[in-house]
Design a protein around this ligand. Sequence first.
Ligand code: TMP
Length: 204
Amino acid sequence: MKGKFITFEGIDGAGKSSHVEWLADLLRAQGKQVHVTREPGGTALGEKLRELLLNEPMHLETETLLMFAARREHLARLVEPALARGEWVVCDRFSDATYAYQGGGRGLDRSKFLTLEHWVHGHLQPDLTLLFDLPLDVARERIALAHRVLDKFEQERADFHERVRLAYLERANGNPSRVKVVDANQTIENICKQLEQIVLTNCL
Ligand code: TMP
């Protein structure tokens, strides 16, 4: 028996992180053993790399390679062993984020992204990806209301985030059976209903 791998994606301020635990609890109520994790991060080394990635300016290719280095560590130490034991993994961001941020946002050549994706997890894709989509101005308003110090990505200009959003939607269009778009410009209650419906139909 193999467990399932579910990822959450979306532009900054889409509100996905607050739903990750909610979904994990829903799955636990169905008797699943669930791990909640995130990228970049999820391991001791990955969290150190996250600190650098979110705060230090660096060359685009360095940024991309570090994202995939953290991912390789995360897959080897946490995700792959858990799935092999039949446990479920719910992960806040994965490679679709590299496609959207480094590819769409920063303009990384798609062939470089595809080479790294194939190298690091050619054998594994998420079973289901929940893409939280909403207009950019709503997302930016949510970030402003949180009143916290912004990381390197959150500080990017609106046109960067617009390209990230479009790249995510392009990735969803190219992978319709895996990537399901969630209308995130809704109440928490309505978003939970959408998540439950998608997961019940596609995973349980
Ligand atoms: P988070 O705060 O939603 O966890 O996101 C961390 C930031 O890292 C977010 O702005 C997106 C960015 N990121 C990338 O640019 N590429 C990636 O591959 C991943 C996983 C995250």
